[in-house]
Design a protein around this ligand. Structure first.
Ligand code: C2O
Length: 555
């Protein structure tokens, strides 16, 4: 008996239930000023849809996400989907003047991207000036329908967004710093889902309360959306099992403390097995150098149902602010899951072997307070922002916007972590580093001691990378690569480069476009610790940047 085409199709679709289950997710983000009484008097803050933190974007792996952003404030805005790979869709990546001109007041722009090969927790945030201090929120990428987590199924999920708060307007803080040439004021508090908990000399809007049921497993999606502070996160009386970072699964490991730099995410399982009680949730900063930091611990509470107010709260001790060892142990414990289903595809050969030194310097400035101003640089080049987007200049072949001579190695090698050099001045430029499609890159990010050595959470747009090695002091090209982990190194988009130390990452340049690379401490981004990789198109449309959308903002 022969089947008709229709019967055949029906038959085949019964045998192979459709694997295309991806959906289109529509979101509408309106940028508005909103009064808040959360901390120290009522003041307007910049928000998305009037919320702080902003709305959580939920989707599944492979979904197409459409976010229409309308700007109703007086400043230019952009939004970056931090950690979303944006395969060929750089126009939707978001960093102002790198991939797009900002959305001007009164205008809208539709971000359009697909979540390919990623699952877990990420964040979105404004990517212009310091607006991300209050304009940020979570991205939750659930596994495809019918695909289980590679860990025990949690009973419930909670998003926990950590932030940093200034009593005054964060835009005023950075503008003043740029005028004086000095470091900006440190923040006045740390927030957990928008609440600080008690802060001295402040009236406040309460603490974050996480109400839980006994005997359950919670999946906590923790996001560090702070501007300038790397943070420790702890829940009194409870261990956490880390299962994923930066939307890539890890080998599960148990810890009492999480450590996250700005831009990093950690998803962990929490078992509620204490029966009853109120337990402090605390976040505190890490800073193991002379740079000043907001040392105030932000607090919230984990509260078991049926806990009477008379039951005393269980406190916790946070690691000291300079607990370097704690950060190193945490980093060492992170390994890619590297299972059959989720292999760690570490590039084993390297086409481009790069060494970037990163740090802070001092440039002359006649109008500044001390006749000088703080700057930051990669390979001693302070990045000057262009006035139109580099991706546009690249796509349309517009000359004079950038040069492609970013040095792959320091121009003048010196003892990077040794005695401070006498000349702290940097060069300036808008330079990119050019990569052929699908070439492989090893990048050693070397912290330097130019002004003060400091831990730098460094972020690459457009890719995940593997953190294959790290160490203290100067990277040794003869010895250190022998100790690389090329089997199950952690895969992420933001990595801490230890104070006066180095981190080696590897990635494959399989995403054409222009991809920002910068320290995710916003103060260092502002000062110029940034550059971009330009990845050329490969063959045909599937390996090329998609054409720009018609509503792409103009400068
Ligand atoms: Cu989360 Cu370029 O940033």
């Amino acid at each position: 008996m022969f089947m008709s085409w229709v019967q055949m199709l029906l038959f085949v679709s019964l045998l192979f239930p459709t694997s295309v289950q991806s959906e289109i997710r529509h979101y509408s983000f309106t940028v508005v000023l909103k009064n808040t009484t959360r901390l120290c008097a009522t003041k307007p803050i910049v928000t998305v849809n009037g919320k702080f933190p902003g709305p959580t974007l939920y989707a599944r792996e492979d979904d197409n996400v459409l976010v229409n952003v309308t700007n109703l404030i007086k400043d230019n805005v952009t939004i970056h989907w931090h950690g979303v790979k944006q395969l060929r869709t750089g126009w939707s990546d978001g960093p102002a003047y790198i991939t797009q001109c900002p959305i001007q007041p009164g205008r809208s722009y539709l971000y359009n991207f697909t979540l390919t090969g990623q699952r877990g927790t990420l964040l979105w945030h404004a990517h212009i000036s310091w607006l991300r201090s209050t304009m940020h929120g979570a991205i939750v990428i659930l596994p495809k329908k019918g695909v289980p987590y590679p860990f025990p199924k949690p009973d419930k999920q909670k998003v926990i967004v950590l932030g940093e708060w200034w009593k005054s307007d964060a835009e005023a803080v950075i503008n003043e710093a740029l005028q004086t040439g000095l470091a900006p004021n440190v923040s006045d508090g740390h927030t957990i889902n928008g609440h600080t908990g008690p802060v001295p000399n402040c009236s406040y809007g309460g603490a974050y309360n996480l109400h839980v049921e006994n005997g359950k497993t919670y999946l906590l999606r923790v996001i560090n959306a702070a501007l300038n502070d790397e943070l420790f996160f702890k829940i009194a009386g409870h261990d956490l099992t880390v299962v994923e970072v930066d939307a890539a699964y890890t080998k599960p490991f148990k810890t009492d403390t999480l450590f996250l730099g700005p831009g990093q995410t950690t998803t962990a399982l929490l078992t509620t097995d204490r029966g009853i009680g109120k337990y402090v949730i605390a976040i505190s900063p890490f800073m193991d150098t002379v740079v000043s930091v907001d040392t105030f611990t932000g607090t919230g509470y984990l509260i078991y149902n049926n806990t009477l107010p008379s039951i005393p709260t269980t406190m916790t001790t946070m690691p000291p602010v300079n607990a370097t060892w704690k950060t190193l142990v945490f980093a060492e414990s992170l390994r890619s899951l590297n299972s059959k289903q989720y292999p760690a595809n570490v590039p084993l050969t390297v086409d481009h072997s790069l060494l970037f030194t990163i740090g802070v310097g001092i440039d002359p400035c006649a109008t500044c307070s001390n006749g000088s101003r703080a700057v930051a640089a990669i390979n001693n080049i302070t990045f000057d922002m262009p006035t139109i987007a580099i991706l546009e200049a690249h796509y349309y072949g517009i000359k004079g916007v950038f040069t492609d001579d970013f040095p792959g190695k320091p121009l003048m090698p010196y003892d990077y972590t040794g005695v401070q050099p006498t000349n702290l001045q940097t060069m300036h430029g808008t330079r990119v580093y050019r990569l052929a499609y699908n070439s492989t890159v090893e990048l050693v990010i070397q912290g330097n001691s130019m002004l003060a050595p400091e831990s730098h959470p460094t972020h690459l747009h457009g890719f995940n990378f593997f953190a294959v090695g790290r160490g203290l002091g100067n990277f040794n090209p003869a010895k250190d690569p022998k100790k690389y982990n090329l089997v199950d190194p952690v895969e992420r988009n933001t990595i801490s480069v230890p104070t006066a130390g180095w981190t080696a990452i590897r990635f494959r340049a399989d995403n054409p476009g222009v991809w920002f690379f910068h320290c995710h401490l916003e103060v260092h981004t502002t000062w110029g610790l940034k550059m971009a990789f330009l990845v050329e198109n490969g063959k045909g449309p599937d390996e090329s940047v998609v054409p720009p959308p018609r509503d792409l903002p103009q400068c």
